[in-house]
Design a protein around this ligand. Structure first.
Ligand code: NAI
Length: 285
């Protein structure tokens, strides 16, 4: 495997592209939105510079990573040995993208989705070679977080899974192979962390700051509200709804009306400058 195509240059796609390029893969980052592509370019350049300033990478490594990257809004250029899709968490949109990608990529290309909650087996059905499709679920921020869930769908071949495990290791990350179940492992376990905290907030049992601080004082690196803002409230709400539906609507995991309101108000978190907290001063940071 030499080339990686990443679809979606948002929060996750840009970070994954940086990881792939820094690991020596020729990496093409594709997005339909040129403004987001430009922001991703700026973000990756800044992050590489930051790593250099902190003496975590050399000048040569920084230049080599940058040289591996290209940015495009033309899907025909998204041709690679491995495709990593990181676009919006909406099944129909992902299906439509994979169908288009299959027109430009051959039968040996491995197709993966960074979906947090959607069924890999059901996405794979839209591809001519569904055995070539798996989940590759990175965590946010992708350049920092070590864990990657490698999700085996019903039809994914064992060879694809072992190739992806090796790929993730070359990224310097820790692969965990898991089954194709709602939320896989981490997002399923994490769901009550968000939902229960939202329930307490709904009932006025604490402010966002207090609830976050209480959990942070117990050892969590980030409280639930700070973390939802980092993830993106649109993404977190979509994942909450998807897992709730797939598990048969258990009351304890019912998404909160507050999540819905945040999405309707465009308060998506860090990426829009406002969520549960205000980030207007760190825009572009
Ligand atoms: P985002 O909203 O930051 O970025 C999504 C990007 O996809 C946008 O730039 C948008 O222009 C682009 N896009 C939409 N339709 C497209 C299409 N048809 N072709 C090409 N690009 C298209 O979303 P984010 O947060 O990066 O999430 C992406 C995926 O990663 C989702 O499936 C999400 O569930 C998953 N994920 C998100 C995490 C997070 O913390 N935000 C963590 C792990 C997984």
């Amino acid at each position: 495997m030499k080339t990686i195509g990443i679809c979606g240059a948002g929060t996750m796609g840009a970070g994954i592209a940086q990881v792939a390029a820094a690991s020596g893969y020729k990496t093409v980052l594709f997005d339909v939105n040129n403004a987001i592509l430009k922001l991703a370019e700026i973000r990756i350049e800044k992050d590489l510079q930051h790593l250099f300033n902190k003496q975590k990478i050399t000048e040569e490594k920084k230049a080599a990573a940058w040289a591996q990257l290209s940015f495009t809004s033309d899907i025909r250029e998204c041709v690679a040995d491995v495709i990593i899709e990181a676009i919006v968490e909406k099944k129909e949109v992902k299906l439509s993208l994979f169908k288009q990608l299959a027109q430009w990529n051959g039968p040996n290309t491995i197709f993966t989705s960074n979906t947090s909650s959607l069924s890999i087996s059901s996405i794979a059905t839209c591809l001519p070679h569904p055995q070539q499709m798996a989940g590759l679920h990175f965590f946010n921020p992708a350049p920092v977080m070590k864990l990657v869930e490698v999700v085996q769908g019903k039809l994914t071949s064992d060879k694809v899974i072992s190739d992806l495990v090796l790929l993730v290791q070359t990224f310097g990350k820790i692969p965990v192979v898991c089954k194709d179940a709602p939320g896989f492992i981490v997002n399923r376990v994490a769901r009550p962390f968000y939902i229960e905290s939202l329930r307490q907030f709904e009932k006025g049992l604490g402010t966002v700051e207090v609830l976050d601080r209480l959990l942070e004082s117990k050892g969590f690196r980030m409280g639930p509200f700070r973390l939802m803002d980092l993830i993106g409230n649109d993404v977190n709400y979509a994942v909450s709804c998807s897992i709730f539906e797939q598990l048969g609507q258990p009351g304890r995991l019912e998404p909160s009306y507050i999540q819905k309101e945040k999405v309707e108000q465009g308060q998506l978190g860090k990426k829009t400058g406002k969520g549960y907290y205000n980030y207007e001063d760190d825009q572009g940071a």
